[in-house]
Design a protein around this ligand. Sequence first.
Ligand code: F55
Length: 792
Amino acid sequence: MTAADLRDAILRHLAYELGTDPGHATLHDWRIALSLAVRDRLVDRWFAANSATRAAQPKRVYYLSMEFLIGRLLEDAIVNLRLEDQARGALADLGLELDAVVQNEPDAALGNGGLGRLAACFMESLATIGCPAFGYGIRYENGLFRQSFQDGRQVEEPEDWLSQFHAWEFERRDVSQEIRFGGEVTEKDGRAVWTGAEAVIAAAFDTPIIGWKGRWANTLRLWSAQPLHGFDLARFNRGEYAAAAEPEATARTISRVLYPDDTTGQGKELRLKQEYFFTAASLRDILRRFEEEGGALADLPKKAAIQLNDTHPAIAGPELVRLLHDERGMALDEAIATARGCLSYTNHTLMPEALERWSEDLMTRLLPRHMQLIERIDEVHAAEMPGRRVTLREHGEVKMGEIAFTMAHKVNGVSALHTDLMKETVFAELHRLHPDRIVNETNGVTPRRWVLSANPRLSRLITDVIGEGWVDDLEQLHQLEASLSDPGFLDAYAKAKRENKEEFADWLAAEQGVRVDPEALFDVQIKRIHEYKRQHLNILETVALWREIKANPGAGWVPRVKIFAGKAAPGYVFAKEIIHLINDVASVLNADPVTSPYLKVLFLPNYNVSLAERLIPAADLSEQISTAGKEASGTGNMKFALNGAPTIGTLDGANVEIRERVGARNFFLFGMTAAEVEARRAVPDHARLAIQADPRLGGALKAISQGAFSPKDRHRYRGVVANLTGQDYFLVCSDFTAYWDAQRRAEAAYADPEVWHRMAACNTARSGWFSSDRTIRGYMGDIWGTVPLVAE
Ligand code: F55
């Protein structure tokens, strides 16, 4: 396809789909026309992959996830179909700029954070590798809320990504499932029969996901909840207008909105309904496909690998048993074994409050047959495992982690450290009973989005030096190693980073009206706001540094811009106070004429995938400072390392593996290890001791508590300070001094450009292992037993 072909296709779509002409088209119209033109190419590749799959009838992967944080899709499609030059050319002919058109697309924020973004990277890698797969999830009408600040406080507004025409999905009116809730269980001919009282329709919407070079494409199938019987005309005719629309509204509620909580959605009936809704619809779809291909039911595990992304779809265990046993008459033991042969489960957190539990009462009310089956599964498992102490229920609650573990043939953690801790803590007893079940699959990120599209300058340089094979074989970045001592290469590397920083600074000036100096060290912490991630450790160090600079402004400080971004769960009061504090500190520091040339603080609103794509290539230093043992893996850490931002971080999650690969000299390590964290918590008054030992920390806390950043409301941060000087569960105070020292080491390295750029380039050259292609190959070999197919 030439640029002229693409231009003609764009004009055709503009006329015949959008009904407008170039003289009247808005940027939105052009974006849709370009998307449709690109989509035509994509659909051809999608059909080819689908017909290859139909012919080969291979084992397929089914990735069940409550969240797919896919972000924008147009650029992904253009890059993977290698249409970038044509698109630029075609748009230039039409007087438009590709970047502007691409950025007109709303960000599909159907996820909270790492877990949802991982699912999106996995979908792209599955397509790149050519592994036949479906993603299954929910088509939320409203994704994660839009964040803004009012007087420094987080304000949430609904995000409506679907308010504009969405070019990437196809509604499948022929594919839908009826999903029931409640009702009762009766018996007929010795079989349990569940008649749910309330029914909704799960309607399928398919989005093609294209891999690198368009070699393969898979489907992301998202379910939308629709009423079984739409509008109640009889009621309407009686004048009951609101009541007439009610069944419709109730049904649609299920897929209305993503729960904005990234640790726990516990206890909410609607959330349990969402979980069952999409899981049940997906399993029926999987069984329908299997039965159409005509296999014997016992062979289901040879044809379907069903991956549960955390426990959110864990009801898949009991539901699959129900479909096989109740509805198809398979013996219970066999149904359990067959379901287990298909299912596997990924754990993403060890934090007790994040492990899902549902009250037995709620379960019994909504899913009475599943509650019975959970009891039966528990009995069968107990019989298999004499001496077993674990149960699936406790204190009137159902434990979804235990159900997922029991019903899975493999359970995986997401980094080496996390997997080890899983074996020692949450699943210690189950691991003893099933020592081969837990495996590790360290997370990864897709290099197509996170390097090739997000960082074109770096990508061009890499390709100039080693060719373009790295894009789908990221370990080839090791070939850069030979250039690390070549001053010419390091200059070019430094130039790419510098230009990225300038571009970011220009964007910031235009969008936020803030000027930053691209010379300064860009120190970036972007992720959900959570106590364990310790944004407050970062801001405490910022306050301490500000006080030092103020006391001695002529000491040759390295100019630094601290950049924060991230959303707090709307109900997480402490996290919202941290946001408020950072914004308050930013106001005072940025207005300080003495210190602001050296230290600025920015909190960018509404962090999302697109903002990450802009920020990461411009970052110098990557903040990965969680309390050791708390961050299961992290994936932002990998994106920064690949894009040449060394980490300042703890030995937590995948940081450990990043440091092993990039080398200890190229990583600013600080803080306690997971084992030391446990020991430190046992020290009485650990926070107070740490404060006494470091006057910088004491001074910073004092400034905050005396209202230095909230002069009109001096006690605003009383709660935050009390937490830090009191229990300090996440050991902010105890790690402060080590963090301070690591920051000074980072500064000293940054002050020597030769040292710094070599360090940054080392991070790029040695991070190729963190491709999600490698992760997916791990799942294929260790868990799914699937192999790639090739399309015509
Ligand atoms: C969302 C909803 C609920 Cl109810 C619970 C958790 C979440 C969620 O978003 N979790 C999440 O993002 N976990 C993260 O998963 C990443 C991918 O494995 C890890 O890298 C990260 O460490 C972990 O916190």
